[in-house]
Design a protein around this ligand. Structure first.
Ligand code: NAD
Length: 473
């Protein structure tokens, strides 16, 4: 299917207009004249549909599951631009070109059934198999920062594992997320697969979330979002995978290729306007290379502001709540140019990132901003760099980055920071599989330890043993 630019604009307009339209029940739900397969008016119906669908999926062969997944991959590639534009238009966050790339990587590098490896042990007493089986219906909470990407990536892994999934997507990205649920159902049914392997509700709220979490038919929860929601899910009493917030630090020492480091850091930090939880959030640079690093950052689209401008910017992008500073959500994922305008600085589209020199205690170092703003702290040596970077990561065990050719420094930081992901000498998007080896995921489970989730993360390990037979050697 080739979709023209005009058709894409038409679809995006129709879906976004659906934001204010009342849903009407149908086979799927009709919102603003467009039918969304797999979308229900209430959560109970969505769960029931996913429950019935899982019974069907359980009997479907791995080969057929792969055909359905292949169809999903094709549809994602065909409709990546629509979802990227929708995501930016609905949430007001991120960059279309980067979101297109994120969707492509979901299609290309999210593992399917090949991820499910059976283990066999044979000995004097016979043969034992360990196989990875489904949980059943999974309840998934998805963020506004990678909405359709997370819905699609989660579903590929979950149905590969034999599960069906009910989404309670972020209300701020509902139409983008429902578009993805509809795409999944269209893609699966196109190759003769069952309806409702992935479902959702037309109006997700905290109440629908509560129904999903408490339903006895939902056997596992997968939560991708900020600290509040992850904590809530982990106290649900169910098996839960929690993929929470990060504040990835970057260390640049004086053995690094500084020109490359400057470009990599800006490329990674600006990717989708810093929305990925893996993106560079603050830099600790050796003092003897800091000026050179800043120079190369500026050669690659960074705009340097001084301390006075930084303090003015803090008043724009941060708010005080109960005596604590946190992000002003209005500025999350916005273009650097728009943010700079707020403090009276006018720049062109070539400016992708705002950089500033900061002290360790500064808010821009300590708070996960999710904006193309990058604070740089000068450090005297590797001991100071590691100590500060570990503290700035706040024990979240999410992601850290380093540019260095000193293997001792690289190893020390990786060991001390204990993050799920550690990227060396590359932009942060290498963490997601972009331009690097390894698979793609948008659910990185630090708190519960699954790490970069894939099909096997959504399975139960089961044992089947045959005693005294089937050993053939
Ligand atoms: P968010 O925490 O605002 O919302 C996530 C989802 O949780 C939404 O669906 C929201 O409606 C729901 N929610 C919020 N509080 C809840 C509660 N107490 N109980 C039940 N549901 C609740 O997330 P966001 O702003 O869309 O995403 C940004 C955050 O998510 C950042 O902190 C980012 O680092 C993190 N994130 C982490 C990963 C990862 O893989 N570890 C991936 C993407 C985003």
């Amino acid at each position: 299917m080739n979709i023209s630019e005009k058709e894409i604009e038409g679809i995006v307009r129709q879906v976004v207009e659906g934001l204010s339209a009342a849903p009407a029940p149908a086979d799927g739900t009709v919102i603003n004249g467009k039918k969304y397969l797999g979308v229900f008016e209430n959560m109970e119906d969505a769960i029931d549909a996913a429950y019935k669908a899982q019974k069907i999926l359980y009997d479907i062969s791995l080969e057929r599951r792969e055909e359905m997944i292949a169809s999903i991959r094709r549809h994602i590639l065909e409709e990546a631009e629509i979802m990227a534009k929708l995501g930016v238009e609905e949430t007001g966050m991120g960059r279309v070109a980067d979101k297109i790339l994120k969707h492509r990587y979901v299609a290309w590098k999210t593992p399917g059934t090949e991820d499910l490896k059976t283990e066999a042990i044979s000995g004097d007493k016979g043969l034992t198999l360990y196989e990875l089986g489904p949980f059943g219906v999974i309840g998934a909470i998805t963020p506004s920062t990678n909405p359709s990407e997370t819905v699609l990536c989660n579903t590929i892994g979950m149905i590969a594992g034999g599960n069906t999934v009910v989404f309670n997507p972020h209300p701020g990205a509902v139409m983008t997320s429902l578009y993805a649920v509809d795409l999944l159902n269209r893609a699966i049914q196109e190759v003769g697969g069952p309806a409702n392997l992935a479902v959702s509700v037309a109006k997700p709220t905290m109440k629908t979330n509560d129904v999903m979490v408490k339903s006895p038919k939902v056997k596992m929860l997968v939560c991708t979002g900020g600290p509040g929601v992850v904590k809530a899910m982990l106290s649900s009493g169910k098996k839960a995978i929690g993929a929470g917030a990060g504040n990835p630090p970057v260390i640049v020492d004086d053995t690094a290729d500084i020109e490359k480091a400057g470009k990599c850091i800006i490329d990674g930090c600006c990717f989708d306007n810093n929305l990925p939880c893996t993106a560079e959030k603050e830099v600790f640079a050796f003092a003897n290379i800091a000026d050179e690093l800043i120079y190369y950052m500026m050669q690659n689209g960074a705009y340097l502001i001084d301390r006075d401008q930084m303090e003015r910017l803090e008043k724009v992008v941060l708010v005080e709540k109960d005596g604590k500073y946190c992000i002003n959500k209005k500025w999350v994922g916005k273009d650097a140019k728009k943010i700079l305008h707020e403090i009276g600085i006018e720049v062109g589209d070539e400016v992708r990132c705002i950089i500033c020199e900061a002290q360790f205690e500064d808010h821009f170092v300590q708070i996960e901003l999710m904006m193309p703003i990058l604070a740089i702290v000068r450090v005297a040596d590797i001991d100071t760099a590691i100590s500060m970077a570990v503290k700035a990561e706040h024990g979240l065990r999410h992601t850290a980055h380093m540019h260095s050719k000193n293997i001792d420094n690289l190893t020390r930081f990786a060991r001390e920071v204990e993050t799920t992901i550690f990227v060396k000498n590359a932009p942060s998007y290498a963490a997601l599989g972009v331009g690097s080896e390894g698979h793609c995921t948008f659910t990185i489970a630090g708190p519960t330890g699954e790490g970069l989730t894939s099909a096997k993360s959504f399975t139960r390990r089961r044992k089947c043993t045959m005693v005294d037979s089937f050993r053939i050697v």
